[in-house]
Design a protein around this ligand. Structure first.
Ligand code: UGY
Ligand code: MN
Length: 263
């Protein structure tokens, strides 16, 4: 049984109700289990709850959030924000993702990328609630034409492994190495017993959404047990390492800012 599904006799406190919380917020990282992330509502959506994960108020230079869209709900009208890129990934149920004159119903693993200012719509016309992971990031122009819109599914993205280590897998949901993009969204796969070749300490920020499996995540100097639907924000230079601990593959979706100079 998953520890979160424990039910206790009446009068007993839930484990974690007093004195224990897997959630941690530090100056350059945050670990957010889903049960502590409360919902909000926004005027641009109907029949939709929003759970903010990363935000500038946390220290992140992007915003990440889960949309919980009831049947019949979603964007009230097109959303288009000058200078802001959007990325959406369907976590459960199905949603109609619309961008650049295309509208497609996507189940788990479907995704949309919209370049800055391009209108998007997200609607749930199914019978069950849909959960969609969203990301908004201000575009950093570098004199190249901005990227084109993308509407696709993880099953249509090749799985690669440049590490030479058995059990590792990478799916670059945005075109890898295309300098017009200022961020990556990567599915990272880990078989039992795999890990990074070294503890990473890099300038790029991460937003990490755990999709399946479990493991131990090093953030700074602390290890955290991580399960599906946990979220981590890693700021620049946050030391990081991952060991999967379950019997099956672990996978997470990872935001990473790339391809831009600093001064
Ligand atoms: O690409 C990365 O930076 C990746 N290896 N980091 C991570 O999964 N925390
Ligand atoms: Mn990293």
């Amino acid at each position: 049984m998953h520890p979160r599904d424990l039910t206790l006799p009446p009068g007993r406190l839930l484990p974690g109700a007093v004195g224990h919380n897997r959630g941690v917020v530090r100056p350059n990282y945050a670990f957010l289990p889903p049960e502590g992330v409360l919902k909000s509502r926004l005027p641009q959506y109907e029949a939709t709850d929003v759970r903010f994960l990363a935000a500038p108020s946390l220290g992140a230079r992007f915003a990440q959030f889960v949309l919980e869209i009831a049947p019949g709900g979603g964007t009230r009208a097109s959303i288009a924000e000058p200078g802001i890129q959007h990325f959406y990934f369907v976590l459960s149920g199905s949603a109609i993702l619309q961008v650049d004159g295309r509208a497609e119903e996507k189940d788990r693993g479907g995704f949309l990328y919209a370049p800055p200012g391009m209108p998007i719509e997200i609607r749930n016309q199914g019978q069950v609630p849909a959960r969609v992971l969203g990301l908004r990031k201000r575009y950093e122009a570098i004199g190249l034409p901005p990227p084109s819109a993308i509407l696709s599914h993880q099953r249509d993205v090749p799985r690669t492994n440049h590490t030479g280590l058995a059990g590792r897998g990478f799916q670059h949901l945005l075109p890898f190495g295309d300098l017009a993009f200022d961020f990556e969204m990567n599915l990272m796969w880990f078989g039992p017993g795999t890990f990074f070749p070294a503890i990473e300490t890099h300038i790029m920020e991460h937003g990490l959404y755990m999709l399946q499996g479990q493991g131990l995540y090093l953030l700074g100097t602390e290890w955290h047990e991580i399960w599906a639907d946990d979220f981590i924000w890693m700021g620049a230079y946050c030391p990081q390492q991952f060991y999967p601990t379950g019997p099956d593959e672990a996978a997470y979706l990872l935001y990473k800012d790339v391809n831009r100079d600093v001064a």
